[in-house]
Design a protein around this ligand. Structure first.
Ligand code: ZN
Length: 391
């Protein structure tokens, strides 16, 4: 589309939309994110799962300004997600300024040539102010396309591979648990029925990749061919829901599902299909005589930490025993144990603790913790969890 045509379309649209805006009231409408933006020889786009570039303005040849904003009006968790592809010719220089509305540059930018392998951008390529209200990126293309994102892009393909991996295990079967708002499948991977059950859920919040990395390594350990893992599986049924918010992940959201709801504030209200899918299945399992013994919910935040119920002394609570034993084995992996009073907040942790009286724990992995460390720590956390649960 040529520029004059764009301008004409804009004027016509304005004539329709501005009066409509005053008719419906003065609440500022949420802008619609752009899907692409081009200068003479550089194209930026977000035409892929998880893609998010906010709105884009061209400031010169190879110079762009992106404004990132949350999918819903504030208050919303300040975790501005961005993921876009930059295309051009080998050697092209590109400058991108990112502005964050209702947020700040929480995620250090990562770069990928194939959308699969990611490396953090060098510090010399990134500048930001103290409040991180904006971030400038300087890129030089060394092939036709590169991807830039706040974290590794773990979308449908990642979860398909993961499901394949789970299905290839002789003791695991998978089933459709339910549908998301946009009818994406929500899958459960499970081992054989046992009287006692452990439930693991992940990715309620779209940008929280390190939680997914922890969860995958943690589950791999429980499904491992070790004496400890076999004994654990002989006693406990495992129920695994790796991807709780597939619509939010696909849309490149900061936090919510596509109904504008934080899935991890719907455990209790149960107004959303994603949480209801898990509840329905669990209540059915319980009606069949199984008892839930532990809930682990995988997330990401600024550091590695576990949110648990209040600590009890005599006998010492499960979380303190588990995390204490893990800490002894992880002297070079600092993490926190935050035992908070149970609140009214309808998150998975509070819901499963309040309704079942079981340890229900949020497993948080650091946004920028080394991925290798996250994976190897998850092995230790899984082993110590199994040991404690077998006592
Ligand atoms: Zn989270």
């Amino acid at each position: 589309m040529t520029r004059p045509m764009r301008k004409a379309r804009y004027i016509v649209l304005s004539m329709v939309l501005i009066p409509a805006f005053f008719l419906v009231g003065c609440a500022a409408p949420r802008p619609v994110p752009d899907r692409s933006c081009e200068s003479e020889s550089i194209l930026i786009d977000a035409h892929f799962e998880g893609g998010q570039m906010g709105t884009c303005a061209v400031r010169g040849e190879g110079q762009f300004e992106l404004t990132l904003f949350p999918e819903d009006a504030p208050p919303i968790n300040k975790s501005p997600w961005y993921a876009f592809r930059v295309s051009g010719q080998h050697g092209d220089k590109v400058r991108i300024r990112m502005m964050f509305e209702d947020g700040y540059a929480r995620y250090w930018p990562k770069l990928s040539r194939d959308g699969e392998t990611w490396t953090p951008l060098a510090e010399s390529q990134v500048s930001t102010d103290e409040e991180k209200g904006w971030m400038n990126l300087e890129l030089t293309l060394d092939q036709a396309r590169i991807f830039v994102a706040g974290q590794e892009l773990l979308t449908e393909r990642y979860y398909d591979d993961w499901l394949d991996e789970l299905e290839s295990h002789s003791e695991v079967s998978t089933r459709l648990l339910g549908n998301s708002v946009q009818n994406r499948p929500i899958y459960l991977a499970e081992t054989a029925d046992r009287p006692e059950l452990v439930l693991l859920i992940g990715r309620q919040h779209p940008p929280e990749m390190t939680g997914a990395i922890s969860m995958r390594s943690f589950i791999q350990t429980i499904l491992g061919d070790t004496d400890l893992a076999r004994r654990f599986r002989d006693r406990y049924k495992l129920a695994i829901v790796p991807l709780m918010n597939p619509d939010g992940v696909a849309a490149g959201h900061w936090r919510h599902n596509v109904n504008g709801v934080d899935v991890n504030r719907d455990w209790g209200p149960f107004t959303q299909p994603e949480t209801n899918a898990v509840r329905r299945w669990l209540e059915n399992a319980e009606a069949g005589g199984m008892e839930l013994r532990l809930l682990l919910d995988f997330h990401s935040t600024f550091e590695d930490l576990f949110y648990t119920q209040p600590v009890s002394e005599n006998p010492l609570d499960f979380a303190s025993r588990w995390l204490g034993a893990s800490a002894v084995r992880l002297p070079d992996f600092p993490f926190k144990h935050e035992a908070n009073p149970v609140s009214e907040q309808p998150n998975a942790k509070n819901y499963f603790y309040t309704s079942r009286g079981i340890p229900a724990i949020t497993y948080e992995s650091g946004d920028e913790t080394s991925r290798g460390q996250i994976e190897s720590a998850a092995v230790v956390f899984a082993e110590e969890m199994m040991r404690e649960m077998l006592k």
